[in-house]
Every structure is written in C-alpha cells, then in structure tokens.
Design a protein around this ligand. Structure first.
Ligand SMILES: O=P(O)(O)OC[C@H]1O[C@H](OP(=O)(O)OP(=O)(O)O)[C@H](O)[C@@H]1O
Ligand SMILES: Nc1nc2[nH]cnc2c(=O)[nH]1
Length: 183
C-alpha cells in the first residue's frame, strides 16, 4: 500500500544542516514537486491507520503538515486547524516553544477548545520536539487527543503517548533506508 512512499523515500537526497543529516522529500519539503498519487496513497493510509471515531478537528503544524491535513480533511469532512509559526493575538491563542534537530522557534495554536476531540498529523517525527510541543499546547486547552500519526518516523524519541508512523526510516550521510512500515 505504501510503495510510492517507500520508493521515493529511498531515492531522497541528503543534505547537512549542521551535524544533522536532513533528507529531502516531496512530502517533507514540498520539493521538487508533490505527485497526486503519492498524496492519495498517504491520505488513504492515514484514514486506515488513525482512530477517527468522534473526532472534531485535525491538527497540523505549519508548514509541512498542511498538505497532509488538507488531504485528510477532504477525505473525512473533519475540519482542519493549522498551528502557525506566527502569532495572531486572538483570545485563547496558546504559544509554545518548538525545538527540532536543526532549529528552534515558536508555535501558536488557535481554534481548539476544551472538550474537543482531535487527531494530530504531521509529515515527520525526528527528535519529537515538535510533537511534544503540540501535545502540550493542545492538552493545555482541555481538548482530548484521540490519536497521532506521522508519515515518516526517523527517531525513537519519547513523546509520552503512542505514535503511529506510516514508514520508519534510518538516515545516514548518504542515504535513506526504510526499516519498517505500519501495514
Ligand atoms: O521531531 P522534530 O525534530 O521536532 O522534527 C519534526 C518537525 O520538523 C519539521 O518541521 P520544521 O519546523 O522544520 O518546519 P517546516 O514544516 O516548515 O519544514 C517537520 O515538519 C516536523 O514538524
Ligand atoms: N525534510 C525533512 N524534514 C525533517 N524534519 C525533521 N527531520 C527532517 C529531515 O531530515 N528532513
């Protein structure tokens, strides 16, 4: 079921961001271009993988969670919340610090209320810094996190909850190797 994703991941170029071996792939970078077949494959896999029972909102993080969330929202009719990297200053906005393997920044959550049942989806989980920040922000609103799924897992970092991963990879200085899949 994930043939396109696996094949394209194993063809990913690697670039250095400091000491971090950063793989470049259409799903995780939007370049060189995103094929509809690949997006569809990921949307179908996410629908199959996630517990969407009674879910009110899909939460994604700017930027590379957005296309994944859009696909899932169109397939499920569940509304989408985009966690942004700039503040809007709206009432109830939650600000949270994000640290990844190669960057630091702030995230701003709007549109989630106490009692909401949500799923989080993202392109990749590596150090888990972004996911831990998202979980903390959502929990602080009193919303319930029903499930979490990422397209690519490239680390074993603890996020304090079960994490569903469509494809698990290892990244060296020269190549990506797919080591496990969810189906
Ligand atoms: O597990 P982590 O180490 O936190 O890495 C994962 C995060 O890194 C990327 O986001 P990034 O902040 O680079 O922004 P982008 O989506 O705009 O590329 C990716 O989209 C994840 O959200
Ligand atoms: N594209 C891409 N996004 C990431 N987010 C966290 N690690 C990576 C990576 O190696 N490549």
């Amino acid at each position: 079921m994930l043939e396109r994703l696996i094949q394209s991941l194993e063809a990913s170029p690697i670039t250095k961001r400091g000491e971090y071996n950063y793989f470049i792939h259409p799903i995780t970078d939007g370049v060189p271009l995103l094929e509809p077949d690949l997006l569809r494959e990921i949307g179908c896999a996410m629908v199959r993988c996630l517990d969407l029972e009674g879910v009110d909102k899909i939460v994604v993080c700017e930027a590379m969670g957005i296309h994944i969330g859009v696909g899932l929202s169109l397939m499920t009719d569940i509304p989408l919340v985009v966690v942004r990297k700039r503040p809007y200053g709206l009432p109830g906005e939650v600000a949270v610090h994000q640290t990844t393997g190669y960057s630091k920044g702030e995230l701003y959550l709007n549109g989630i209320e106490a009692g909401d049942r949500v799923v989080i989806v993202d392109d990749v989980c590596s150090t888990g810094g972004t996911m831990r920040a998202l979980i903390g922000a959502i929990e602080s609103t009193g919303a319930e996190i029903a499930d979490i799924c990422v397209v690519v897992g490239r680390g074993d970092e603890e996020i304090g909850r079960p994490l569903k991963v469509l494809v698990k990879i290892e990244v060296s200085e020269t190549r990506v190797r797919v080591v496990d899949t969810c189906f």
